[in-house]
Design a protein around this ligand. Structure first.
Ligand SMILES: [Zn+2]
Length: 375
């Protein structure tokens, strides 16, 4: 007994000293592993130009002939301000108040931050394929409803334990069930004018479907973002997915229709939808303090009085886009000058959840430099 006691007494200080020495011997610069989030909200606004996101309403388009604006004075009152900072705040108040201060926004070329698509097409299916798979694919060269042969990061996560049945997508454009390949991936994708109650039956969504059935469908392949928001918001509350992708579409379609006033309105409404999704998430224990938000776009648009309406390989400047990331462990403030690409979103989403996407898909772009202490 006495012997054992002596040994314990004499060994404990030794062991402690060894631990202390070991700890102090570690280099002070050793990187801590990044914070792992439990959930990711991935959101896209189709074809929202970085010019408008960073500097707000474009004065050359706040008129009838170039911008198709019907009520010029009313639109100016709503969106025109003296400084770019005030203008962008008028267009997307929540984004600029919250994400820009608590997260990182890439793509402000005036500050040397450039984001570009790597696919040469600069239109939607190739862009969403690049966002969701992490690489451009020369076979993806049209917007046709073809099931994607590539596995998206959504499907890759969906196959992991803890994610089965906990990944979903609500999308305004009706091609998304093919882009996400819902048949193969098993991920519920509610898109286009598809009734929301086909995916989730709640009183609110029954009412939304009844309204959708009564109003004009200005575009037959893109529903109004309000319905996409309603579907996503209800799914978030009822099902609490770990990965929710919400793809808004109106910004692109109002621009194609040559209506800069309605394009600005759509951006502002979408900002409010994102605020509500985020605040609902933060009110639920499943999400509070353990959820990241990634927001981006599929392509930019032209930069002239005519070409702002369009995008594509022949429209100069439509390769420029933007990406925003916010969440636990993510840095805040403007990023370092430099170029990042659309192909970096997929690996970023995976890394936010603690996974190395590139270990399996080495052709994917690397995660964005957004982690605090790692930038
Ligand atoms: Zn378009």
């Amino acid at each position: 007994m006495i012997n054992t006691h002596r040994i314990l007494v004499s060994r404990f200080p030794l062991a402690l000293t060894a631990i202390v020495l070991l700890l102090t011997a570690l280099p002070a610069t050793a990187a801590k592993p990044p914070v792992v989030c439990e959930n990711v909200l991935l959101i896209s606004l189709d074809g929202l130009r970085p010019q408008d996101l960073f500097t707000g309403a474009d004065e050359t388009l706040l008129n009838r002939d170039a911008g198709g604006v019907r009520d010029v004075q009313g639109t100016r009152d709503a969106f025109w301000r003296d400084s770019p900072e005030e203008r962008r705040q008028a267009m997307m108040p929540w984004f600029w108040k919250t994400i820009a201060t608590e997260g990182v926004v890439f793509g402000d070329t005036s500050a040397g931050s450039i984001v570009r698509v790597t696919n040469g097409h600069k239109f939607s299916y190739p862009g969403y394929n690049e966002i969701l798979t992490g690489a451009s694919d020369p076979r993806v060269d049209s917007n046709a409803k073809r099931p994607n042969e590539n596995v998206t990061v959504l499907e890759w996560l969906h196959r992991k334990s803890g994610f089965d049945g906990r990944v979903a997508a609500f999308c305004s454009w009706d091609v998304f069930p093919y882009i996400i390949n819902t048949e193969r991936s098993g991920i519920p994708v509610n898109a286009g004018w598809q009734p929301l109650t086909e995916t989730l039956d709640t009183p609110a969504l029954r009412e939304a479907d009844a309204i959708a059935a009564e109003i004009p469908h200005y575009w037959d392949n893109v529903r109004y973002d309000y319905f996409t928001f309603q579907g996503a918001h209800n799914w978030l509350k009822e099902k609490q997915p770990r990965v929710l992708y919400v793809a808004f579409g109106e910004t692109d379609d109002w621009a194609h229709s040559g209506r800069y006033d309605l394009y600005l309105d759509a951006a502002r409404r979408t900002d409010e939808y994102i605020r509500q999704l985020w605040e609902t998430a933060q009110s639920l224990p499943q999400y509070r303090g353990k959820t990241a938000l990634v927001i981006t776009t599929d392509h930019g648009r032209g930069d002239t009085r005519e070409e702002w309406k369009s995008h594509g390989s022949s429209i100069a400047g439509s390769e420029f886009m933007w990406i925003a990331v916010m969440g636990p462990g993510i840095a805040s403030g403007p990023p370092e000058p430099g170029t990042v690409t659309q192909s970096q979103v997929a690996a970023t989403v995976a890394k936010l959840l603690g996974y190395d996407y590139r270990a399996e898909f080495p052709e994917a772009g690397e995660p964005l430099p957004v982690w605090r202490g790692e930038e």
